[in-house]
Write a protein that binds this ligand. Structure first.
Ligand SMILES: *Cc1c(COP(=O)(O)O)cnc(C)c1O
Length: 466
């Protein structure tokens, strides 16, 4: 029987992979998780060491899609997802210092790590929808990078309309242009008068709302609430660990964090058998997760704009998936916690907090420290980091547990996506956009600006569906 997925809140039907791919948020407001996690023995991990990125991805992902997609098809979809990355290694690992490493995740078409999941998600969706002869409506909220990666991953499918909601005026010019200049009748950009949390709330509310789309169209999520995205991100933790000596020695990761999707994938890699000592939650001034891990209180605060806009988030959706494990899979408790959280703040039990602190640590990095880090890294290593990555390398040093072995920081974006922030670091370097984006500022933009209002957004979507 194929692997089944269930909701963190226990009140939605179990689904197979195809079901969760097409669903997104569970009907009870929870997030889908596999009923059991596949795991690899040390011998199996050792055998995975010499694999190419695509071979490794097929090996890691196959157990999750069993029963929905056969292995040959999966392997082809993966191969084509990563074929056009601008680096042969797909996810190259660079040494910065004796124990400090960088995992470069920005060689995909839109220059951020989101391409790893969304290139594959687009192909998986197209494959499944072609077989079912169905059309869907993709809806996503973006703090900047998900939007373009989703558009780039899905634009060639005749089976989808894509609606991307982004906070008006709060994404970088490069980020916005990467979304709004892509031609296609099935691509719709919505600048929402609000912040990222408002956009994310509109998306989440749409999944539990009354039907508002034309007959026969269902809604698919491209945010990391969609399990398929998390699944695709697990792969590069294995890949990086093997590059720095795993599985024979444990590895540490520092992850620039917003919605907790990326680092949660690292946590899963660990649970699947990869020896990992420490996962560092690196945050900017929007430090809800840092405060949670240091005080046990999970409380939202108003979002403040920072130099690392893709992490300007005050509610980290995927944290609910970790909570589910911290509370031993007790859906009733998660239900209670999440409804308490919706009304205010929650405190983790001592047991749950201690468990979280065993694997995770955290650090908060200010804008000033971010610029300082970009400058220092440029001087010491010759690497020009983007502001998100700089938060990662700084947090890695701030919270490294001594004598713990290799520390890999995830380099989540290319510096040319955030030229203004890089300029403030005064390295004397201006990062260049790669060739395929060099005329980005000459292309025509298409978007509509809408109020932060569910009915307005739904009416717009119903009308614009092609
Ligand atoms: C999305 C994003 C992050 C945060 O990742 P989460 O999965 O939301 O925690 C960090 N850096 C960059 C460049 C991003 O695009």
């Amino acid at each position: 029987m194929s692997l089944q997925y269930h909701s963190t809140r226990g009140g939605a039907p179990a689904l197979d992979f195809e079901g969760v791919l097409l669903a997104g948020l569970a009907k009870d407001g929870g997030l889908y998780l596999p009923q059991s996690l596949p795991s690899f023995s040390t011998a199996e991990l050792q055998a995975m060491r010499g694999m190419s990125y695509s071979e490794l991805a097929t090996t890691v992902i196959a157990p999750f899609v069993e029963g929905s997609i056969d292995r040959d098809t999966l392997s082809q979809l993966i191969e084509s997802s990563y074929r056009d990355f601008r680096h042969q290694a797909v996810a190259p690992v660079k040494q910065l210092d004796r124990d400090q490493w960088l995992l470069e995740l920005f060689h995909g078409p839109t220059l951020a790590f989101k391409d790893f999941a969304l290139q594959l998600l687009g192909r998986l969706l197209d494959h499944v929808l072609t077989r079912r002869n169905e059309k869907v409506v993709i809806m996503g909220a973006t703090s900047g990078d998900t939007g373009s990666a989703a558009i780039e991953g899905c634009r060639h499918s005749d089976h989808v309309d894509i609606f991307i909601l982004y906070p008006d005026g709060r994404v970088s010019d490069v980020q916005r242009r990467q979304m709004t200049t892509v031609p296609g009748d099935n691509i719709h950009n919505l600048a929402i008068r609000g912040n990222f949390d408002d956009c994310q709330a509109l998306v989440k509310a749409s999944f539990v709302a009354e039907p508002f789309l034309p007959e026969g169209r269902s809604l698919v999520a491209v945010n990391s609430i969609n399990w398929a995205r998390i699944m695709a991100q697990i792969v590069y933790y294995f890949y990086a660990a093997f590059a720095v000596g795993g599985p024979d020695r444990p590895v540490n990761f520092s992850v620039p964090t917003g919605n907790f999707g990326d680092i949660y994938a690292g946590y899963l890699a660990h649970r699947m058998g990869l020896p990992v000592n420490n996962l560092v939650i690196a945050t900017n001034r929007n430090d809800v997760l840092h405060r949670m891990l240091t005080t046990g209180t999970y409380a939202r605060q108003p979002i403040e704009a920072s130099l690392s806009p893709s992490m300007d988030i005050s509610i980290s959706s995927n944290f609910e998936r970790l909570l589910f494990d911290l509370y031993d899979g007790d859906a009733a408790q998660i239900n209670q916690l999440m409804s308490d959280f919706a009304r205010g703040e929650i405190s983790l039990s001592d047991g749950a907090l201690t468990r979280a602190q065993t694997l995770f640590s955290s650090a908060r990095v200010s804008d000033e420290e971010t610029c300082d880090e970009i400058r220092m890294m440029w001087q010491q290593t010759g690497e020009l980091l983007d502001p998100h990555t700089a938060i990662g390398t700084r947090a890695a040093r701030l919270s490294a547990r001594s004598g713990d072995g290799p520390m890999v920081t995830l380099s989540t974006a290319h510096p040319a996506k955030f030229p203004a922030a890089v300029a403030r670091a005064e390295t004397g370097q201006a990062p260049q956009l790669p060739q395929h984006l060099s005329d980005l500022f000459d292309r025509t933009e298409r978007f509509d600006t809408l109020d932060n209002d569910l009915a307005t957004v739904h009416a717009y979507m119903a009308e614009q569906c092609h």
